[in-house]
Design a protein around this ligand. Structure first.
Ligand code: PBG
Length: 310
């Protein structure tokens, strides 16, 4: 009877797998703070994409990790057609075609030597409008490389409008935008910084949201929709279920939630110590996110969970 009356059910198609691909490595590199997650080689990424598709996962979100020597102040490797993210997008599209939605993180932080999501002004502050020009170019390069969806995650003001225009200008009305709408300046991104070999010193409080606030999420939401977002995202997920529920109530576009690296690491670490039932905790965390209103969930457990459901 419990099965019959359950109001929330997880399905493989609920999930998107975030994946890291690192330039210049011949073996996958384990990420210490994310047991079970690796920085992929080009080859192992292709395999992971096929496995995700076979498990029924909806999409894959790619993050590129360039060689350290390729990082610079402008994040040039992020717009280089032969940069690691673009190469990986082409690899994955060649492998999975349209069987899996191929998404690209659209942000400069993996490619800048200072680790910020944008370019800096002469006082070392993130320069919003100069960054928008970089994002426009990045969107076009990612579309050319085969991204079905771009995911702007830098929280610059006006980024969605600029990216939509840039895509339309090159005739790519078909490329959708998954806007990181409500992205909080969060300690739960900690393990991700290791995952992408981030060069960041300091924090992103000047452009990501204050965990104390919910109203500005609705403001960001209104702006993103007005500028042309096709889907919107709340991130992190678990500590922000109230935001997720409010956003889901407010819109008629699909809503995504990103269960981030720290949420993953907490459950894995507690399970490793024998302090929590890993599999139940994973399913419960994902059920909570879906119950709160997420249509789509980005989670590092995507393939594993899809397999157990399928
Ligand atoms: C920025 C970006 C971040 C994450 C996804 N995109 C890091 C940040 O904003 O500091 C975090 C994802 C995670 O923690 O799993 N490109």
């Amino acid at each position: 009877m419990r099965r019959m009356v359950a109001e929330t059910r997880l399905h493989p198609a609920d999930f998107i797998l975030p994946a890291f691909v690192r330039e210049g490595v011949s073996e996958p590199v384990p990420i210490g703070a994310m047991p079970g997650v690796v920085q992929h080689t080009r080859d192992s990424l292709r395999k992971a994409a096929v496995e995700a598709a076979e498990a029924g996962v909806s999409g894959i979100m790619l993050f590129g990790v360039p060689e350290d020597t390729k990082k610079d102040a402008l994040g040039t490797a992020g717009t280089d057609p032969d940069g690691i993210l673009q190469v990986a997008l082409r690899d994955v599209r060649a492998e999975v075609g349209d069987d899996l939605l191929v998404m690209a993180d659209l942000c400069l932080d993996e490619f800048t030597d200072h680790g910020h999501c944008g370019v800096l002004d002469d006082q070392g502050r993130v320069d919003n409008d100069a960054t928008l020009e970089r994002y426009a170019e990045m969107a076009q390069v990612q579309a050319d490389a085969g991204a079905h969806v771009v995911g702007p995650s830098g929280m610059m003001d006006g980024q969605i409008g600029v990216i939509r225009d840039a895509l339309d200008q090159i005739g790519r009305e078909d490329v959708a935008i998954l806007a990181y709408t409500a992205k909080y300046s969060s300690a739960f991104f900690g393990p991700f910084r290791e995952a992408v070999g981030s060069s960041l010193r300091g924090d992103r409080q000047t452009y990501q949201q204050d965990p104390a606030n919910w109203r500005e999420s609705l403001r960001e939401l209104a702006l993103d929709l007005e500028e042309g977002a096709d889907m919107v995202m709340v991130k992190p997920a678990g500590p922000y279920l109230d935001i997720l529920a409010r956003v889901a109530d407010a819109v008629d576009v699909p809503v995504a939630a990103y269960q981030v690296s720290g949420e993953y690491a907490m459950i894995e670490a507690a399970a490793e110590k024998g302090w929590i039932d890993r599999d139940r905790a994973i399913l419960e965390s994902l059920t909570g996110i879906k119950r709160a209103g997420a249509r789509t969930i980005l989670t590092y457990w995507a393939t594993e969970v899809a397999r157990t459901l399928g």
